[in-house]
Design a protein around this ligand. Structure first.
Ligand code: MRU
Length: 354
């Protein structure tokens, strides 16, 4: 899979910018946009031009660079304040994917450490460049590692069901949930995928189907309400999804509809796998009940993609994510290993590993 969903284009180290795939236009058009200001990065994240938890984290790091790259002339105390306020602005983009806050905290911590070590303003800016680029390269490496570990769960001839898009488009690398599929495919295993359409914004139909077809992987698109039927017909060997935030007890928050798929999988005796880097695990959150769930505008349901499908003025409720209780999760694949039947103890142990 060769799609690079976002990258930092270096200028003179003062006028760099973030180039990203405009995901709202896929699959009709493959267009890249150049994001050059912090408000434009907030907007790109909110509009889902860049989306998927790890990709949002990488975008947040680059958003910080947009905010500070021209500020190296400030007095260093003033620059520190500016770094913190840029991070607060970016944090407002979307509430659920913890990778956004994780990346911003990491950027601010780096600045704080450099500041306390006596760095001048130029060195503070240089440190931010290094950190943002590390967030991206580390994410790519973690995707690969999760792909290798997760591929062991995929036997030759298996068919997997996935929900939303947790592929290259959603990360700085080859994906989370789709990474084991890519690696299994590389290993010569025969793998097929059923992709849920993922109402209302159709990340499954528009993005996963497109991405897997580009990679030459056998993919079949279904609407979300077909998943039960497809499982009953015995067509699915395992479910594999990504996550936007995992609580420390193993509850998994992901795209709306994931919880329903997990219940269906349990009923049909199908394993339910989650693939996510540790940057998606929020140990500050005890259970999924504490995870803030984004609500999206009603128009995304009533007039998705320009066609009115509900009466004018219809009352709408539009949570963008749901929480799958840990008891429905067979295993979580992270970059440091597979956590089977996740519990708080096992998650904290994985988080403490080097
Ligand atoms: O609203 P989105 O498209 O950002 O939601 C994305 C998802 O729910 C993904 O499944 C999740 O971020 C995992 S991405 C590797």
């Amino acid at each position: 899979m060769n799609v690079s969903t976002l990258s930092w284009i270096d200028g003179t180290n003062r006028d760099g910018f973030c180039r990203m795939v405009e995901q709202t236009l896929l699959p009709a058009e493959f267009v890249e946009i150049d994001v050059k200001t912090v408000p434009d990065m907030v907007d790109a994240i909110w509009r889902l031009a860049v989306r998927g938890a790890p990709a949002i984290g990488v975008a947040a790091g680059y958003g910080m660079l947009l905010g500070i790259q021209q500020e190296g002339g400030r007095e260093r105390g003033d620059l520190m304040k500016h770094i913190k306020s840029t991070s607060e602005t970016l944090a407002k983009a979307r509430p659920t994917a913890v990778n956004l806050f994780w990346a911003l905290e990491r950027m601010v911590l780096r600045a704080q450490t450099d500041f306390e070590g006596g760095a001048d303003s130029a060195a503070l800016v240089a440190g931010q460049f290094e950190e943002a680029k590390s967030i991206h390269t580390e994410d790519a490496a973690q995707c690969r590692r999760m792909g290798e570990l997760g591929a062991d769960l995929i036997k030759d001839g298996m068919t997997l069901l996935t929900h939303c898009n947790a592929g290259a488009l959603a990360t700085g690398g080859m994906g989370t949930a789709l990474a084991p599929i890519y690696v299994a495919h590389e290993q010569g295993k025969n793998v097929a995928v059923f992709a849920d359409e993922t109402r209302p914004l159709l990340q499954g139909a528009r993005l996963t189907t497109w991405e897997l077809m580009q990679a030459g992987i056998d993919v079949t698109l279904i609407t979300d309400n077909m998943a039960a039927r497809v499982m009953m017909e015995g067509k699915i060997d395992a479910v594999i999804v990504g996550s936007d935030r995992i609580a420390r007890n193993g509850d998994v928050c992901n795209k709306i509809g994931t919880y329903g798929v997990a219940i269906l999988a349990k009923y049909h005796g199908i394993p339910f796998y989650v693939v996510a880097p540790r940057s998606t695990i929020d140990v500050k959150v005890a259970t999924g009940a504490e995870i803030p769930i984004e609500e999206r505008p009603a128009v995304e349901i009533t007039e998705g993609y320009g066609k009115r499908t509900a009466p004018e003025g219809a009352k709408v409720y539009a949570p963008a994510f749901d929480v799958t209780p840990a008891e429905l999760v067979t295993a979580i694949v992270t970059e440091v290993g597979i956590i089977h039947s996740p519990t708080t103890e096992k998650i904290l142990e994985a988080m403490s590993r080097a």
